[in-house]
Design a protein around this ligand. Structure first.
Ligand SMILES: Cc1cc2nc3c(=O)[nH]c(=O)nc-3n(C[C@H](O)[C@H](O)[C@H](O)COP(=O)(O)OP(=O)(O)OC[C@H]3O[C@@H](n4cnc5c(N)ncnc54)[C@H](O)[C@@H]3O)c2cc1C
Length: 462
């Protein structure tokens, strides 16, 4: 959507930033028109690249005065349409604000600008024996991870992004700059503004700085795989492993289709049946040596067909590399197909029921796709494909997503564990939160962004 202005938008923004950091070129606008989801693209009118908090503030004040939509952009790897500028206007690409500002090594903390990519950050931190655990497979920016409350394979042990942020600097819609939180791990002073902005998908403010919690890289760890005859059996084993207090650092479930597809690109010597990918860490080899047989015993009790533990460093790296490439491997396997990635999450005791429902519904609706799941924290994705011009298949896929969401809600879960509301989950917000809580969210949005310029059309819709 192109917004017509009574002034020269490019010229005005160029005076607020610098001419070479403002672009209306079709290629740049195109690059900022869609994320990694299959939602339709929407071109912004203009793209800007601020380099400082003051520049972000200037642009926000200007956009607010002139009621111009302003959508922050991290790395564009969302899969729920979160950064698509559906109302046009300005896309603010944060990637030039990509400095690590301070590593507080003794406190296990780092302060960064939002455009830092987490994999790059972890490379730097790794030299000090530290890391930031939330790990969405794609090389997302810290700003995008905070805004979506991203999670990943390590969340079962270390929590999601929300659990690992201590303080923020945020630019509000009117250009005001605020600071929230502190570097203290314990914080109890007043309303928790830090976590209000986490998961707000760029609709409440623009994050310009963040202080994050870090952890020491585990010194002793071991990856393991376990193959099962059915996804239901694998899901039961997941619940048992968590319920036994074994504390995996990763516990992922992939169904047989997913295993077959990733092995087209990486030979992991696995049978194309449901598999658990696991990792455990410990203070010593002795601690690990106690854990792994217990895990095997649980898996065997649930009909495990093959169990492999203690894989070497290289094989472990290949296992997680393959897991992190699963989504792309599926896109390459189903070229040109449209897709939906479901993202429901439930309490761990209900996880086997969610997996069983997904499996049953996929068969009932005759769907093509895979169950790929951050099982240890009760979060399940199903990647479902359909021909772009097949309306009937599309309707079945959307019906599947709706029914899975209903199932998750009936199991006291949530409609999105980590991808955020974006465009696709708005219609479920009232069902999850109820009318009164949703109304409070709307009032909060209106208080912080009365002209509704920040990423309009997201989270709460119109
Ligand atoms: C292959 C693949 C695997 C993935 N796996 C996972 C996974 O395991 N777990 C998971 O959680 N996600 C996963 N994702 C989704 C995605 O990587 C995450 O949602 C990630 O947090 C998006 O970050 P980004 O930097 O790309 O942000 P973008 O997509 O650019 O933006 C995300 C949202 O944040 C807002 N935003 C960006 N920067 C700021 C800022 N500075 N201030 C305020 N708002 C801002 C945007 O407006 C938008 O609403 C995956 C994606 C892909 C492609």
């Amino acid at each position: 959507m192109t917004v017509t202005h009574a002034f020269d938008l490019q010229g005005e923004l160029a005076t607020l930033l610098a001419p070479d950091r403002v672009s209306t070129s079709p290629s740049e606008r195109n690059l900022h028109a869609r994320d990694q989801s299959a939602y339709p693209a929407a071109m912004p009118d203009i793209v800007v690249w601020p380099e400082s908090t003051e520049e972000v503030s200037r642009v926000a004040r200007f956009a607010n005065e002139h009621r111009i939509p302003l959508t922050p952009w991290g790395a564009g790897t969302s899969i729920e349409g979160n950064p698509i500028p559906v109302r046009g206007g300005i896309v603010m690409d944060m990637r030039r604000m990509n400095r690590i500002l301070a590593i507080h090594e003794k406190d296990f903390q780092v302060t960064v600008q939002p455009g830092v990519l987490y994999k790059d950050m972890n490379k730097v931190l790794g030299r000090l024996g530290l890391f930031f655990p939330p790990d969405p497979g794609a090389n997302a920016s810290i700003g995008g991870m905070l805004a979506n409350n991203a999670a990943g394979t390590r969340t079962v042990r270390y929590g999601a992004t929300r659990d690992n942020v201590l303080a923020l600097e945020v630019v509000l819609a009117d250009g005001q700059i605020i600071r929230t939180g502190s570097r203290s791990v314990k914080q109890s002073a007043g309303y928790d503004l830090t976590h209000l902005f986490v998961g707000s998908e760029g609709t409440l403010g623009i994050i310009t700085e963040a202080t994050l919690k870090l952890y020491p890289l585990p010194s002793h760890f071991s990856a393991a795989t376990a193959a099962f005859p059915t996804v239901e059996a694998a899901a039961d084993a997941v619940f048992e492993i968590i319920a036994s207090g074994l504390e995996p650092t990763a516990l992922e479930l992939l169904d047989g289709t997913a295993i077959a597809i990733i092995q087209e690109e990486t030979d992991l010597s696995l049978e194309p049946v449901p598999n658990l990918f696991m990792e455990f860490s410990g203070v010593s080899e002795a601690a690990l040596a106690e854990t792994l047989p217990l895990v095997e015993e649980i898996c065997r009790d649930h009909g495990c067909l093959a169990y492999r533990a203690g894989v070497g460093r290289n094989e472990r790296a290949r296992l997680w590399e393959a897991r992190h490439s699963t989504f792309e491997a599926h896109l390459r396997h189903f070229p040109g197909q449209s897709y939906v990635v479901t993202d429901a999450s439930v309490p761990i005791s209900h996880y086997p029921r969610l997996v069983a429902a997904a499996h049953r519904l996929m068969e009932e609706l005759d769907l093509v796709g895979s169950i790929v799941s951050h099982a240890g924290d009760g979060n399940m994705h199903v990647v479902v494909f359909y021909p772009p011009d097949d309306e009937a298949a599309r309707a079945r896929v959307l019906d599947f997503n709706d029914r899975l969401v209903q199932e998750a809600l009936s199991l006291q879960g949530t409609v999105t564990g980590e991808h955020g509301v974006g465009l696709g989950k708005q219609k479920f917000m009232e069902r999850e939160h109820g009318a009164a809580a949703l109304d409070l969210m709307r009032r909060l949005k209106h208080l912080l962004d009365p002209n509704h310029i920040l990423n309009p059309g997201k989270v709460l819709g119109a």
